[in-house]
Design a protein. Structure first.
Length: 174
């Protein structure tokens, strides 16, 4: 299928569509704990990102023009790319930072495939957030991935010398 064919479909009950390698995939909405982590990440990244760009949840993008349409749980894209995006479309290429919060339904193969797709199409950092282990794995093009754990600070090199705490990502909103 193509992106335009998917857009012509009615929304599925209780979820949304994505297009993976030309195949239609139904993705369910996040549970509360997953959503809390997304919320924390947006809050933690928005300050350091400042006017450099936009941080958002459920950020739709087209890593490849016709047969890929995905949503990042959390993403950052530069202000220039954001402004250049047609309001009736999605960002072309992957956002500069793509963050995925693991769910029970995610497989290693799925995450590996999305990581490769993103890093090969404009993503500068691909994060996998694991709430069971309280870890964040950060992959960058042509570098060995690094895993950050409780007590660690994740450097935000795209935002100068800013850092965010792994512990803050997993804080409850209660």
């Amino acid at each position: 299928m193509t992106v335009e064919q998917v857009r012509a479909l009615p929304d599925p009950p209780g979820g949304r569509y994505e297009l993976h390698h030309g195949e239609l995939v139904i993705v369910s909405g996040p549970k509360l704990g997953h959503w809390e982590i997304q919320h924390n990440l947006v809050k933690l990244l928005s300050g350091p990102a400042g006017k450099r760009g936009v941080v958002g949840m459920d950020f739709g993008f087209r890593a490849l023009p016709e047969h890929e349409w995905r949503e990042a749980d959390v993403a950052f894209t530069s202000r220039e790319r954001y402004r250049a995006t047609n309001r009736e479309d999605n960002l072309r290429g992957a956002p500069e930072i793509v963050i995925e919060v693991l769910s029970r339904s995610n497989t290693k193969s799925e995450m590996s495939s999305k990581e490769s797709l993103c890093l090969e199409n404009g993503c500068l950092e691909f994060w996998v957030v694991d709430s069971k282990r309280n870890t964040v794995r950060v992959s960058k093009p042509n570098e060995v991935p690094k895993t950050y754990r409780a007590g660690d600070q994740i450097p935000l090199l795209l935002f100068g010398d800013a850092r965010i705490s792994v512990d803050a990502i997993f804080e409850s909103l209660e």
